[in-house]
Design a protein around this ligand. Sequence first.
Ligand code: NAD
Length: 249
Amino acid sequence: MSRGVLVTGASRGIGRAIATAFAEAGDQVVVHYGSAKGAAEDVVASLPGEGHAMVQADMADPEAVRAAVDSAAERLGRLDVLVNNAGIFVAHPPLETSYDGWQQAWSRTLATNLVGAANATFCAIPHLVAAGGGAVVNVSSRGAFRGEPDNPAYGASKAGLNAFAQSMALVLAPHDIRVGTVAPGFVQTEMAREVLEGPGGDAVRQQSPFGRVARPEEVASAVFWLASEGARFSSGTIIDVNGASYLRS
Ligand code: NAD
């Protein structure tokens, strides 16, 4: 049966790969975007199948998030899966950043990566319950476990997202809504381009014994599985997609 899926931040990168993975499986996908309308239109046009749509919202704006989630459910006729993928990675090295810059980095990062995902989840719950169950999948990061020396707010936002997902897995299980998390290491996208193309790029690739970073499709594959029926009893889990570059115990 075709599912209704909302993917945030799907106009490029990992979000685009996630939208494609669901559409290839026959699902109907709403591509959420922030400001890149043309790119979102390209993604929708590229998706196989029918009935895909797009919605706009700044993830840091609670009312815009509510309107986008409701609009996605309306266009799809139902909402079975929410993927909280949108995120930002803003450098703010603690020893080189002004206090003003520090404030901005923390508030923007938490508002987007953590509170934005929490708000989208809150707004999706009535639609997921109405659909008789479903899944929420969050895109977190290896940085939640390994640390982010130049982006501490990012690491904290993703650690918060992990904890949020675990709480929601508990409260939503009686409604047959699974909550899963994917924690990628570096992925070949625009977000990581500066690091991967910079002088430290080779060292980052060598963190994995595969000698490379992840492809967006490899993250999408884990997200897709977590949203599947077969992942029902894995609710609350966090899947690492980091090429064995950081092994948690
Ligand atoms: P990306 O920058 O290509 O995509 C991020 C998407 O989020 C973009 O489409 C952007 O428009 C959207 N977005 C950001 N802030 C927004 C806002 N306020 N409102 C609406 N949309 C907003 O990066 P990506 O690599 O595809 O990242 C996707 C997810 O994967 C993010 O949550 C990121 O933290 C996570 N991640 C990425 C990497 C990596 O190395 N690329 C590693 C670990 C985790």
